[in-house]
Design a protein around this ligand. Structure first.
Ligand code: FAD
Length: 331
């Protein structure tokens, strides 16, 4: 086993690098690679991806492994699983970290099973134990508890990290770019991406946004969600929703936050007409500041928020939004 610490780049559909990759590099570089006395390395998997090596170097990667193959053009579970598993078997890193995105959630456990690694998901803190094994913290029990989990001395030690949990800090390096040298047999890939449909939006992506404005069933209609979007756009925020609002058809599923939706960790989460169920909290409980607007003073969200406004959203929101608009325009 080497003492390399790998951060596997998480790429968006448009091929750009997700912010969580830089956050993971910064945190792993500061805490893990330094303590292990190991090299911080980036890993790029995809097609036409080697150009991103310099940007990984900007956040501290001293070496970047590249697996560049046309077969990996669009995310494909089998292709990415084979690529990362074979790379790990070949170079035997000590630690492998990825983003807790839909991609990371999909293939990290599969890779761990293939290479006999331990894996934890959705870490909000990473460090090393006294035995120099990976030690992580993650939410459990619908965000009511934060257990610390420590790895046995079984390598590699794999984890995904929650976006927005760590700060991306530049630490420029000129990385050595290494061809991963992994062959992928097309016959081993049983699924094919035929078409990709993407939705254009001027709003930031929910899982990466620094601010999220979310609406619940109390909004009452799809039309009323305009209040959520208006405030979101003034603040440059992403728009989110509860499952009840999604199920009622007020907004699409890609806005759902929670246990069966997306996990977010913004600096500001404004919950409008959301009761505050444990399942919703599971996806937004790690938000730094939570503001709730609800007409029921007994709503559970008021036990979990930093600032609460008791009132009807149709009375509270218009002056609230107008005030935010004027504060933002004043700079
Ligand atoms: C297995 C499982 C998984 C689940 N996964 C998720 C998940 O991922 N995400 C998720 O969100 N939920 C999830 N749920 C559903 C969850 O249990 C709740 O039903 C849901 O979160 C409630 O959404 P809500 O707060 O919008 O609706 P409600 O609980 O109905 O709350 C609406 C709130 O709006 C307030 N309100 C109404 N009108 C107004 C007004 N005019 N002004 C101000 N306030 C008003 C009410 O006082 C109330 O508090 C899951 C449930 C299960 C069983």
């Amino acid at each position: 086993m080497s003492n390399e610490v790998w951060v596997v780049a998480d790429l968006k559909i448009d091929g750009s690098v997700r912010q969580v990759t830089y956050e993971a590099l910064s945190e792993a570089g500061q805490k893990i690679a330094g303590k292990l006395g190991g090299k911080l390395c980036g890993v790029l998997i995809g097609s036409g991806v080697s150009g991103h090596a310099a940007s990984l170097g900007k956040y501290g990667a001293e070496k970047v492994y590249v697996i560049d193959n046309d077969i990996l053009k669009d995310f494909n579970t089998e292709g990415f699983t084979i690529a990362l598993s074979e790379l790990i078997k070949k170079h035997e890193p000590a630690v492998v970290i990825g983003g807790n995105t839909v991609f990371g959630q999909d293939y990290f456990p599969r890779v761990a099973a293939r290479v006999g690694a331990g894996v934890t998901m959705d870490a909000i803190d990473i460090d090393l134990s006294d035995q120099n094994t990976l030690k992580i913290q993650r939410y459990s029990h619908s965000s009511k508890a934060i257990p610390t989990q420590v790895f046995h001395q079984n390598y590699p030690m794999m984890t995904t990290v929650r976006p927005n949990s760590f700060k991306a800090v530049e630490n420029p390096k000129d990385p050595e770019v290494v061809d991963g040298g992994v062959e992928i047999n097309p016959a081993d890939i049983k699924t094919r991406v035929i078409e990709l449909e993407t939705k254009e939006s001027d709003r930031p992506e929910l899982t990466e946004a620094e601010r999220v404005i979310a609406g619940g069933r109390g909004l009452g209609s799809e039309e009323n969600f305009k209040h959520v979007y208006e405030l979101a756009d003034i603040l440059g925020a992403a728009a989110g929703a509860t499952r009840a609002a999604v199920d009622a058809g007020y907004c699409p599923y890609d806005m759902q936050v929670g246990q069966t939706g997306k996990a977010v960790s913004p600096n500001l989460y404004v919950a409008i007409a959301i009761s505050g169920s444990v399942q919703h909290f599971a996806g937004m409980g790690s938000s730094k500041v939570i503001v709730a607007i609800n007409k029921d003073p007994e709503a559970p969200i008021f036990q979990k928020c930093d600032y609460g406004i008791v009132g009807d959203l149709f009375d509270v929101l218009p002056p609230f939004t107008a005030k935010v608009r004027s504060l933002v325009s004043e700079g």
